[in-house]
Ligand binder design. Structure first.
Ligand code: NAP
Length: 465
């Protein structure tokens, strides 16, 4: 029986690995998701059967309640609020790991009143109980703060105060010391409660100094933490598949964090500790009156008709307007006219990693015309038209020149090197980072104001007429 359980756990783990690998390309991502889900189903069924659970009442009640809330949330959530949703789900993962580790401690203690420790647990189990409670609690609290910031419930800008790093370091040290005391004497159960309390405070104080455009990094880091907490709980329970799946989540979250940092040209330490953007006040922008010329979709259609190459830059506004289908229709119309049309995807465009890829896949955009920033950035100088649809920060030249800007140092798509730049958005309002965009005032930029879906629909109608 044990051999069969191990074999099925191995099968589940292989499905996780293959599923993850397939997630790395939009072509195979759906299949990858299905394989990983099948792996999880096998892991759950095997665990429930292997553990010879006598009473399924709580398990079924939890399953019904959890699934109900999950389905309700998933159906209600807007595509634009997905990062917050992912943040909340990461948090639940971490919280669950912490609770399971604590429950296992209670089970091992041997005395339900916890007055004496008569249980038996090896040092590695006790150490991983502490780590699981610590990382899991930091994850749930940190994720909730990050989600609240992204959702606008909390101020998005970094919140800094005196001796912030020092006080965090003292709390982290205190957790280590208390953890050592607990491992030496596991009857001191209240130390676990104090550790959880300190971890809650650390969850708040380690996330509030991060803000603005750095939030996606925090979400992916919390994703990594939730995996680590799960892996620690796997050690507590001696459950191989939990160790493996937790480690996969932990490492893939860390790789994603690294990719996001690279996209912003920043180190992880700089994102976590520098409080970038804290002094930045978007209301104190240059107040000099500048004007832009307002163009109509008809004017733009004329420009597009005479172009031979077009690069489309989608951004968050595309998601808000849900203009992906009509945009792909525009691409088809232009391609039928013999034009070379491609999409340029910035790694942090939108509000979650891969946001633009997901939207455009929904509209059946061919994968071979979706190009990453590094693949296409040198082509703008030989391109007739850069068509910016609801993007702002990812094309903001302040990232190259303005040292005080929260965007400074982030590589951007070089749209201003194209012969003509067309920007479709509703107003001159700034993007996520709150930074005014010089591109709008560039002499080769044509601004078309309005909802992206309306503008692109009019463009398509004009070009088809
Ligand atoms: P952005 O800088 O937030 O700008 C989006 C623009 O879309 C806005 O300026 C807005 O201008 C316009 N817009 C909104 N609704 C629209 C509509 N219905 N029709 C037309 N335009 C509309 O977006 P981005 O260039 O994609 O850059 C992403 C930013 O979000 C970066 O700063 C990134 O760091 C941050 N972020 C990314 C992630 C991630 O994982 N990708 C997660 C969180 C945050 P108007 O109001 O004038 O229309």
């Amino acid at each position: 029986m044990n051999a069969l359980v191990s074999l099925l756990y191995l099968l589940a783990s292989v499905l996780f690995v293959v599923g993850l690998k397939k997630l790395s390309s939009p072509k195979t991502a759906r299949q990858g998701n299905g394989l990983a889900a099948l792996g999880m189903l096998i892991a759950i069924v095997v665990t429930l059967t292997d553990q010879k659970i006598l009473d399924f009442t709580y398990i079924i009640a939890g399953l019904v309640l959890g699934s109900g809330v999950g389905v309700w949330l998933a159906l209600r959530v807007q595509m634009t609020a997905m990062p917050q949703m992912v943040g909340v789900l990461n948090g639940f993962g971490g919280g669950a790991s912490a609770l399971v580790a604590f429950a296992e401690y209670l089970r091992l203690s041997g005395d339900k009143d916890l007055t004496v420790w008569t249980g038996q647990a090896s040092i590695d189990v006790l150490v991983t109980i502490v780590l699981s409670i610590l990382i899991g609690t930091v994850t749930i609290v940190g994720s909730m703060i990050a989600s609240a910031k992204l959702h606008g419930i909390m101020r998005g800008a970094p919140i800094l105060y005196a001796f912030q790093k020092q006080s965090n370091a003292v709390m982290a040290l205190a957790v280590i010391v208390l953890g050592v005391f607990f491992v030496l004497d596991p009857s001191l159960w209240y130390l676990l409660i104090i550790i959880a309390g300190l971890a809650m405070v650390l969850g708040v104080t380690s996330v509030i100094p991060i803000g603005g455009a750095d939030m996606p990094v925090v979400i992916s880091l919390m994703n990594s933490y939730s995996g680590l907490a799960g892996a620690m709980t796997g050690f507590v329970l001696s459950n191989d598949v939990l160790v493996i799946s937790g480690t996969l989540v932990g490492t893939s979250g860390l790789i994603l964090t690294k990719i996001m940092c690279k996209a912003m040209n920043r180190s992880l330490a700089n994102v976590l500790f520098a409080g970038v953007g804290a002094d930045y006040d978007p209301t104190v922008q240059a107040t000099e009156q500048r004007t832009v010329i307002r163009y109509t979709p008809q004017d733009i259609a004329t420009i597009l008709e005479s172009a031979q190459s077009v690069i489309i830059i989608p951004g968050y506004g595309l998601a808000v307007a849900q203009a992906q289908h009509v945009l792909q229709e525009l691409v088809n119309v232009l391609t039928q006219r013999g034009m070379q049309v491609r999409y340029a995807i910035h790694p942090v465009a939108g509000r979650m990693p891969g946001h633009m890829n997901v939207l455009l896949a929904e509209a059946n955009a061919p994968y071979d015309i979706l190009l990453e920033m590094d693949q296409i950035n040198d082509d703008f100088q030989n391109t007739d038209v850069a068509l910016v649809i609801g993007a702002n920060d990812v094309v903001n030249p302040a990232a190259r020149t303005k040292k005080s800007s929260p965007l400074y140092g982030m590589p951007i798509l070089n749209v201003d090197y194209a012969r003509t730049v067309i920007v479709c958005k509703r107003s001159l309002n700034p993007g996520f980072a709150g930074e005014d965009n010089e591109l709008f005032y560039n002499e080769k930029t044509m601004m078309v104001f309005g909802d992206a879906k309306d503008t692109v629909t009019k463009l398509v109608q004009q070009l088809k007429a």
